[in-house]
Design a protein around this ligand. Structure first.
Ligand code: SAH
Ligand code: SF4
Ligand code: F3S
Length: 439
């Protein structure tokens, strides 16, 4: 096995958010179009790609852990090439190669799609590319994730600069894909048999292409494509408009789920985070969503231990969570990110306190999730079947309109089908259902 063995196969590991998953699908399609073959096991790949996340320190540590394993593996297979792309590549650039010399290519968030050129050894391309302003938004074609579901990125980057967040630095300023381009991507997926598309952006509600705002975009996608199920994320509370709630109420093809990160229940902390809304404004949105949309499912992100968070601030978060009753929540401990505004604040909540606060919050949300899920029992949910469950081949895993996981006996139910399931039982994180006839 010589050093010059050709690169024929590739493997991509994706970390972080759905925007990275979407980018990985696009990247995989372009590598495949160049004749490289995707393999399921990194051990079989000549090119190993890590599409990375910088949002918390832990996310970066996990990638360094994996790179450590690769370094041993590369000793036996010297022709293997390793590429780190995405947010961490953007943040660290050359430093990444200094810290992990086994890495061959580092491509930042605007340069990810140049990987086929770099690997192909095209003249003039370098191993480390992180300059912004190089992407061609029109050339980025969304690709389906699975034969039945896909992500379509509507905007890249973020202009919000929440004080704790690295995303605006690693993803750059907000750029939108043209509405027609987005409609075209969704239509292509629908024509290929995809039944559910999720539109993605760090703040979908700030979308604007000329006169087309986000609700207008949803309207266009619904009217101009045959996609049966449409979702979107992430919503920002400061920009979620009544017009959006209106179109969701009118269009049953837009799934009744809103992911609306709250972060904290304390106005003082929200202000220091630079979130641009108060808890009362947030409550109003929730009231309106629940008034207008039957069985809307509302999920959120919460953070504990932000600089200066007192016991009292934290209690306000618990109170807000208890009152609002989220269907589910992602909950995090604050992690200092280099270069952010909050880096200059004292990281003054001891780690031990952060851990305790997080644990209690998770417990509370678990009992609320359980209660919320009981409300689904007896209902019929049209659910998209995503595959077999982790535990058994005889149980299928499906997703309800409200984005909840439901388990059902396999009995000839096929992956990719949308089936009516009567919910028979529920626990904190999952529903259980049985197949019924269409109604
Ligand atoms: N654009 C989305 C969130 C993107 S990041 C929004 O505005 O809500 C996803 C989540 O990670 C955030 O909602 C936040 O809860 C968490 N997060 C971001 N930066 C973090 C940090 N420095 N430490 C801990 N959690 C963080
Ligand atoms: Fe980060 Fe705030 Fe932008 Fe979300 S809106 S990506 S939390 S800066
Ligand atoms: Fe992480 Fe980048 Fe997404 S930092 S959360 S992968 S935009």
């Amino acid at each position: 096995m010589g050093k010059h063995k050709a690169i024929k196969t590739f493997h991509i590991s994706t970390f972080g958010c759905q925007m990275n998953l979407a980018d990985s699908s696009t990247l995989a399609a372009s590598l495949t179009a160049r004749g490289y073959r995707r393999v399921a096991d990194a051990g079989d790949a000549d090119l190993i790609v890590f599409n990375t996340c910088s949002v918390r320190e832990k996310a970066e540590e996990r990638v360094f852990g994996r790179l450590g394993e690769i370094s041993r593996f590369k000793k036996n297979k010297p022709h293997v090439r390793v590429a780190v792309v995405g947010c961490m590549a953007q943040r660290l650039g050359e430093k990444l190669i200094e810290k992990a010399p086994q890495v061959d290519y580092v491509l930042g968030t605007d340069r990810v799609f140049e990987l086929p050129d770099v690997v192909g050894g095209n003249e003039g391309v370098s191993r480390v590319m992180t300059a912004f302003g190089h992407e061609n938004m029109d050339a980025i074609e969304a690709e389906k994730e699975t034969p039945y579901a896909g992500f379509v990125t509507i905007s890249r980057g973020c202009d919000n600069y929440c004080t704790y967040c690295i995303v605006p630095y690693v993803r750059g300023k907000e750029r939108v894909h043209a509405a027609d381009h987005i409609v075209g991507c969704v239509r292509k997926m629908a024509d290929e048999g995809v039944v559910e598309v999720t539109l993605l952006g760090q703040n979908v509600n700030s979308y604007r292409d000329g006169g087309v705002d986000f609700p207008d975009l949803l309207r266009r996608v619904v009217d101009k494509t045959d996609i049966p199920r449409l979702r979107y994320m992430t919503s920002h509370p400061k920009d979620l408009s009544p017009k959006l709630i209106d179109i969701m109420a009118k269009e049953c093809r837009i799934m009744p789920h809103v992911h609306l990160p709250l972060q904290s229940g304390s106005d003082r902390v929200l202000e220091k985070m630079g979130r641009g809304y108060t808890i009362e404004h947030y409550r109003q949105i929730i009231r309106e969503l629940r008034r207008r949309l039957d069985y809307v499912s509302i999920t959120t992100d919460l953070m504990v231990g932000f600089p200066t968070e007192t016991d009292d601030d934290y209690e306000q978060t618990l109170q807000a969570v208890g009152e609002i009753q989220f269907d589910a929540a992602f909950m995090f401990r604050y992690s200092v990110r280099p270069g952010t505004v909050a880096e200059a604040y004292p990281d003054d909540v001891p780690e031990r306190v952060k851990i305790q606060r997080l644990r209690r919050l998770i417990e509370l949300q678990k009992s609320i999730g359980f209660e919320r899920n009981q409300r689904e029992v007896g209902r019929v949910c049209y659910s998209l079947v995503e595959g077999t469950s982790r535990r058994s081949e005889d149980i299928m895993r499906a997703r309800t309109e409200g984005n909840k996981t439901v388990l059902v006996r396999a009995d000839g139910i096929e992956t990719g089908a949308v089936v009516p399931l009567r919910i028979t039982a529920a626990d904190a994180f999952t529903l259980h259902g049985e197949r019924v006839e269409s109604q």
